[in-house]
Design a protein around this ligand. Sequence first.
Ligand SMILES: [Ca+2]
Ligand SMILES: [Ca+2]
Length: 160
Amino acid sequence: MDIYANADPVNSLDVRTETENSYTKRHQTPQHAVELVVFTDGWVCYQSSLYFISFEIKNWEESRTYCRNKGADLIIINNSEEQVSDFMLTLNYDSFWIGLNDRDVEDTWKWVDGSKMTSMFWRSSEPNGHTKENCALAYASGWIDHGCHKEFKWICEKNI
Ligand SMILES: [Ca+2]
Ligand SMILES: [Ca+2]
């Protein structure tokens, strides 16, 4: 299964090495070549984390439940992981729920591990939904706040 089947073929270089349960793929973003190890169960190894990029769509809470059932959680994009932006660039123009919300206190954005948001990749003029939009949706170009009940793809993250 090629989770990057929808990626621009011009930007996705050929499979480099293949093992029984994984293959390594290099993806050329505008800035860097990003190397990903893609496992046949859909998880992707990038630097020190494992990521799962869904094909299905679910609301924010159900997306989080899916990740937790896999021993993971929704992705946290913090300072030490700014490079995840490179990872995000490999996802082209799709959008994904991430583990960030302001459901408890409006405009106080917290990650699913309870930590406060320290680095921000909001798109210009976002967040703008006030109490109607309390969950963060990530595009490669930045985040927007959106209604938590809406259904989108999501990204799980598991530290290894
Ligand atoms: Ca809000
Ligand atoms: Ca918004």
